[in-house]
Design a protein around this ligand. Structure first.
Ligand SMILES: [Zn+2]
Length: 146
């Protein structure tokens, strides 16, 4: 069976999530946040975990897909940040229905307290924030008003 030499194959541009718990399905499916659920007590965490901090179980956790919809739990408008980071922006904690809190930015809204309300519904969105040295898209997530 003849196989095409892989060296001649054009390099596929890939999408690299900025954090390991942001999952981008290779089949073009919708990106999602990955969580772990304790098989013993049901506690749910953002990303991977070696042990449950609620029941101290060290059984391997169940990998779950977290909801892309949540509620704005708390926010603050950031006016000063590291050089190169455009301000102002909205830093927030979003509560997901699985009982997980996610630190994130709120996009799609002017950074004005009038536009934001504690408990308002928000939805996850992703965007390419830059391209790395290999030409891959670096993808970040944020939430926006739903
Ligand atoms: Zn547990």
């Amino acid at each position: 069976m003849a196989e095409a030499p892989t060296a001649e194959k054009p390099q596929e541009k890939t999408q690299k999530p900025i954090v390991p718990f942001l999952r981008i399905p290779a089949d073009g499916g919708k990106p999602y946040l990955q969580g772990s659920r304790c098989k013993d007590c049901g506690a749910t965490y953002l990303g991977g975990r070696m042990a449950c901090s609620k029941c101290f179980s060290t059984e391997p956790m169940e990998d779950i897909k977290l909801s892309d919809k949540g509620e704005l739990h708390v926010f603050s408008i950031v006016h000063q940040s590291a050089p190169g980071v455009p301000t102002p922006y909205v830093a927030a904690i979003v509560d997901l229905p699985e009982g997980v809190s996610v630190r994130c930015n709120i996009a799609g809204v002017e950074p004005d307290p009038q536009n934001l309300k504690f408990g308002m519904p928000v939805q996850m969105t992703t965007e390419t924030i830059r391209t790395d040295r290999e030409g891959n898209d670096v993808v970040a997530f944020s939430f926006r008003p739903a």
